[in-house]
Write a protein that binds this ligand. Sequence first.
Ligand code: IPM
Ligand code: MN
Length: 351
Amino acid sequence: MSHRIAVIPGDGVGKEVVPEGLKVVAALGLPLEFEEFPWGSEFYARTGGMMPEDGLATLAGFDAIYLGAIGWPTVPDHVSLWGCLLPIRKTFEQYVNVRPVRLLPGTRGPLAGRGPGDVDMLFIRENTEGEYSGTGGRVHTGTEAEVAVEVPVFTRRAIERCARFAFERARERRSRLVSVTKSNASRYAYVLWDEVVAGLARAYADVQVERVHVDAMAARMVLRPDTIDVVVASNLFADILTDLGAALQGSLGLAASANLSVEGRGPSMFEPVHGSAPDIAGQGRANPIGAVWSAALMLRHLGHGAQADRVERAIDAVCEDGGVLTGDLGGAASTADVGDALVRALQPVGD
Ligand code: IPM
Ligand code: MN
């Protein structure tokens, strides 16, 4: 069955890494159709919107969205993100954001004495609410009396569906789940979070659940990464911890993500975690591996599991070989060189 994929390269290095993801996918010869949309900060400069008014309605007709990065110094971040990325996550109920954190063979993370066997985590990020709810307002703007209120919203429904997804993934892996919380300082939201997770834990008696406060979790990821398998966390906590995870992998350029519309109320969206990287944009130096890995997550979601495995094995092989890597991993290759090396590294396999 053919799938239609909306491609939004977006801003900065998004425009450089997305073509490499498409290059690798094209080499697989799958029945996929791509349509590209020039949305992002340049589109904003021309039209006053990050995407057209009917942008979400357009995306709704696709099977998946492949996105590069949104955000550029010419547009305030809260305008660009609330004009494109965050409405996509919310509208299509992409209620979990799946982020693998795996130290790849051959690459050196910053932790002394740790190898690929020690760093292999799967983050399940709540992706629709919490500190990203957009609830609040400002009054007395510009005066001494100015007040800004931002109210994180946590609902039983959203916590439950996200945690359930995490328990299921834990079952497929090592049956260990860390639930990240801050219920020692939070009086309501993370207390509810803990209660919902504890309630589900009774139904998943085979999964060992640990409740870890977010501050302790940051330390644990550095000091004892080998004790962490699947992690479930709120929107903001997982945002922060997955950047730490990317650092443990050795580069933000490697980190991949899948915003999943688990019940299929709309297309899911696949994007590297690194963002638009204005400091290196336009130079052909960005690492495309996070984008290519995200494309692999998309293939798996669309039912092409064997081809996804094939792409992930090519990523492992290119890293292990070490001859063609971008500067962030100590190499001198260009973005396109790494894309070409990944295509060459694809091993034959039936799907
Ligand atoms: C991410 C990014 C986004 C987020 C920003 C750009 C809004 O940091 O996907 O991790 O915080 O979710
Ligand atoms: Mn982030």
